[in-house]
Design a protein around this ligand. Structure first.
Ligand code: DON
Length: 596
């Protein structure tokens, strides 16, 4: 009954003003009903201690946007309502997030976009990941004796940045698929940078928490710590960034990679021990790559290939899981957690050895994603037992012949779908703002393997496949994914969360396909994570004493963790899109387009 009222209500919200008022009245009825009802639809905010900004699923028949900041969502909505397509909206969203979500949104970082294009009825992916500067060296983060230099050189300051790819990537997407003028797509970002926007409670907490990191460099402090310690209800104004965005609006890609902005980046690098040069900037190129595709229970998975490891391991894990009746195990039952954990261990072990930039290393994609290889791993997994991670070796069944990112999803009324994850890597990246530009730089060099056996900030290990080489791209876990069924969008998803991105995207696919959850349930469901090394099973939020004992008896070291992922999913049912902003980052928001 409640569900019927909810969905009836949502359909009404999308059309016109009159309908909007009707929806508001119905909403009041719905809210009172919900308060009076003895059984709330979900008691998530009680269980999890988070109050979502998104109170209910958003519905729309003319497109849908979900991002990690409601202002970026509204900008995307505006672009779709003006008749723009999903590409236009995504570009405008990415530039807006660079302003309103500076912890992750960026022009100083990079990312990936997976696309389904209705006109050509084909899928595409673009890699606009950062690249190692020309002067980088394999052992640049090691001391002379070969041990890791613990000065945080790979995660903080000028030396930690790779050559940014975001502006070049967005420009490339605009040239190939865009329909509105480029300048128009930057208007809102420039507006929010110049006039400022209100700092939310959540953002105020983050700025406070990162006081030390954001105070080390004067340029960064002047922008992000001006109001310390009271950020709440203040405006964040970024004048230099507004000017940089204006130059990019006028000159396109060259506004960033050539001329005054490029000179400012390269001279700030030179003055402060960084490596990025004018040559690196001028020569940066994003790459169109074939997305990876596979079938899972009749749905078509379209996802990002290397230099992201996400797609390879999503397909590898789904291939193994395909052999089980997952639904019969019960969602988050100890058997289900046992199965997922064993599957994840094998995938992450393989990641540590075989994954890297395909332009520099021959990644055995076909082998890792082959059903035969999955079957071999399946044959080794025995439910009720666990393999100690030290016994799981990368590729052990292969025959030898052989803590900040953000995701947004956009679907338009024309049938185009975009799933994009981009990042500065850590929260606020390297902590460096390039003087007079407002550009916050990434610390993506930490995603390389500094040396075998030395974990990066996410605890991930790597080897030759992911060693530092000039112009190479560091291995990523970002997993923007589109799932189609019978030639139409089923859903699209993705998340931030470093190494946890892959396991979060996997569970969002299983929640929707195997457990037939709706978007709200699929988003709320607790996630688990195991990445082989360290040998720890992470479970979000809390766990009952019984479950704890059961999992320990199988052999797991269980750790209850804070939520570190945030999925942004859009689904299509019939002709109606639905979207939901993950409550784990309370400013996340989904909204439908109204234009028809
Ligand atoms: O590309 C990667 O895998 C990482 N740089 C992503 C970092 C991240 O998701 C941090 N977010 N919470």
């Amino acid at each position: 009954m409640v569900k019927q009222i909810t969905s009836g209500l949502k359909m009404l919200q999308t059309k016109n003003l009159l309908k909007k008022y009707t929806a508001i009245i119905l909403c009041c009825i719905f809210v009172s009903f919900n308060i009076l009802s003895s059984e709330p639809i979900h008691s998530i905010s009680i269980d999890y201690g988070y109050t979502p900004a998104q109170k209910e699923i958003a519905y729309g028949e003319n497109g849908m946007i979900t991002t990690q900041h409601f202002l970026a969502t509204h900008v995307g909505e505006k672009i779709l309502n003006k008749g723009g397509n999903a590409y236009d909206a995504s570009i405008a969203i990415a530039f807006t997030l660079a302003v309103v979500l500076p912890r992750a949104g960026n022009i100083g970082g990079g990312g990936f976009m997976v696309i389904y294009d209705q006109d050509t009825q084909k899928s595409y992916s673009i890699d606009y990941r950062e690249k190692a500067p020309q002067l980088s060296q394999r052992d640049m983060y090691l001391q002379e004796n070969g041990s890791f230099n613990n000065q945080k050189l790979s995660t903080f300051g000028y030396l930690s940045s790779g050559v940014p790819g975001t502006v070049a990537g967005l420009w490339e997407v605009h040239k190939k698929f865009g329909s509105l003028p480029w300048e128009m797509l930057l208007e809102d970002a420039i507006y929010y940078a110049k006039n400022g926007f209100l700092i939310t409670d959540f953002m105020a907490d983050v700025l406070y928490e990162y006081n030390e990191k954001l105070s080390y460099f004067d340029e960064t402090k002047a922008i992000f710590q001006k109001n310390y310690p009271n950020f709440k209800d203040k405006k964040l104004i970024q004048n230099d960034l507004a000017n940089t965005l204006k130059i990019i609006a006028n000159k396109g890609r060259d506004g960033f990679y050539k001329g005054e902005i490029a000179k400012k980046i390269s001279s700030a690098m030179k003055d402060n021990g960084g490596l990025i040069s004018l040559y690196d900037l001028e020569n940066y190129e994003p790459v169109w790559r074939e997305p990876l595709q596979s079938e899972y229970r009749g749905a078509q998975i379209i996802t990002m290939g290397p230099p992201s490891s996400g797609g390879v391991h999503i397909i590898q894990m789904l291939n193994i899981l395909q052999n089980y009746d997952i639904n019969a195990l019960g969602h988050n039952s100890s058997d289900y957690i046992n199965l997922l954990t064993e599957v994840m261990k094998h995938a992450y072990a393989d990641r540590s050895k075989y994954l890297g930039d395909p332009d520099f290393y021959d990644v055995p994609i076909n082998k890792l994603t082959s059903p035969l290889y999955a079957k071999t791993i399946f044959n080794k997994i025995k439910l009720g037992t666990s393999l100690n991670s030290s016994k799981v070796l990368p590729g052990m069944y292969m025959d030898d012949e052989s803590h900040e990112t953000t995701h947004f999803s956009v679907a338009d009324k024309y049938g185009n779908v975009i799933s994009s994850t981009y990042t500065l890597n850590s929260t606020f990246g390297s902590g460096v703002v390039i003087k007079d530009t407002g550009i916050l730089m990434n610390n993506e060099m930490d995603d390389f393997s500094a040396a075998p056996g030395i974990p990066n900030q996410f605890g991930l290990l790597g080897a030759k496949a992911n060693e530092i080489v000039p112009f190479k791209r560091p291995l990523s876990s970002m997993t923007p994914t589109i799932v189609m069924k019978d030639g139409k969008l089923f859903f699209t998803t993705g998340s931030p969360g470093g190494s946890r991105i892959i396991s979060a995207v996997l569970q969002s696919i299983l929640n929707i396909i195997d457990f037939e959850m709706n978007l709200e349930e699929a988003t709320f469901a607790k996630r688990i994570h195991h990445q082989w090394q360290p040998d720890i099973l992470e479970i979000e939020f809390s766990i009952s004493e019984n479950m704890y004992e059961e999992l320990e008896s199988i052999g797991y070291k269980v750790k209850v963790s804070k939520p570190l992922t945030c999925i942004q999913t859009i689904m299509l049912n019939g002709n109606t899109f639905s979207g939901y902003g993950d409550f784990r980052r309370p400013d996340a928001y989904a909204s439908g387009a109204i234009n028809d």
